[in-house]
Design a protein around this ligand. Structure first.
Ligand code: SF4
Ligand code: SF4
Length: 190
C-alpha cells in the first residue's frame, strides 16, 4: 500500500518536472526552423550548388581536371580563323566555343577543388542548398547555351577548316618536293 502511494507521488512529481521544462522553453528563442516553409540563409561563401558564368568561361578545362569525381563534362570547338569571341570580364581572350558544360550535382562532393584553378573565376559555389529532387536527371546541370543546330554548324565549319589546312599543307609539301627534284641551272650548264 505504501508503494502504491509512493508510485503515485513519483508520477505526479515527474509530470510536474516535465511540465516545468516545457514551460521554461516557452520563453526561450527557438533554435529550429519550420523547414521547408522557412529557409535558413547561409553565409555567402557556403559550399552548396555550383554555378558557372558561362559567358566568362574560356573552356580551359582546369576545373574538370581538378574534379576528383569527374562530374564536370566540357566540350569545346575552336573559334574560326576570322571569328572574334570577345573577352571575359577579367580581360582574357576567348578562343573556344564552350558548346557543352555539364555538372552532375548528384556526384559532386562539394570539395570546391574546381573553383580555385579557374583563371576567370567563373565557376563558384553558391549558398543555394534547396535543390533536392525526385528525378536524378534534374541534378545534371547544363550551362552551355548552344543549340544542337549551332553545335553541328560549328563542327562542320571546324572540319572544313581542318580539311583546308591539310590541303594547304599537302600542296606546300608537294611544291617543296618538286622544287628539290628540279636540276640546278648551274649544274645543268656545266
Ligand atoms: S565541388 Fe568538387 S566534386 Fe563538385 S564539381 Fe567541383 S571539384 Fe568536382
Ligand atoms: S576553369 Fe573556369 S574558364 Fe576553365 S573551363 Fe572551368 S569554368 Fe571555364
Amino acid at each position: 500500500m505504501k508503494n502504491y502511494f509512493k508510485n503515485i507521488y513519483q508520477a505526479i512529481v515527474t509530470i510536474l518536472i516535465g511540465l516545468g521544462v516545457t514551460f521554461r522553453h516557452l520563453f526561450v528563442r527557438a533554435v529550429t526552423i519550420q523547414y521547408p516553409h522557412v529557409k535558413r540563409e547561409l553565409p555567402p561563401r557556403s559550399r552548396q550548388k555550383l554555378f558557372v558564368n558561362i559567358d566568362d568561361c574560356i573552356g580551359c578545362m582546369q576545373c574538370a581536371r581538378a574534379c576528383p569525381v569527374d562530374c564536370i563534362t566540357i566540350e569545346t570547338i575552336k573559334a574560326g580563323k576570322d571569328e572574334d569571341l570577345g573577352t571575359t570580364s577579367n580581360g582574357q581572350k576567348k578562343r573556344l566555343h564552350v558548346v557543352k558544360f555539364d555538372i552532375d550535382m548528384s556526384l559532386c562532393c562539394y570539395c570546391a577543388d574546381c573553383v580555385f584553378p579557374c583563371p576567370t573565376e567563373c565557376i563558384y559555389m553558391t549558398p543555394e542548398y534547396d535543390f533536392a529532387t525526385y528525378n536524378r536527371e534534374d541534378l545534371l546541370i547544363h550551362f552551355a547555351k548552344y543549340t544542337p543546330e549551332q553545335i553541328e554548324a560549328l563542327r562542320q565549319r571546324e572540319q572544313q577548316e581542318k580539311e583546308a589546312l591539310a590541303k594547304a599543307k599537302a600542296a606546300r609539301l608537294n611544291a617543296a618536293a618538286s622544287n628539290s627534284k628540279k636540276p640546278d641551272s648551274n649544274t645543268a650548264k656545266s
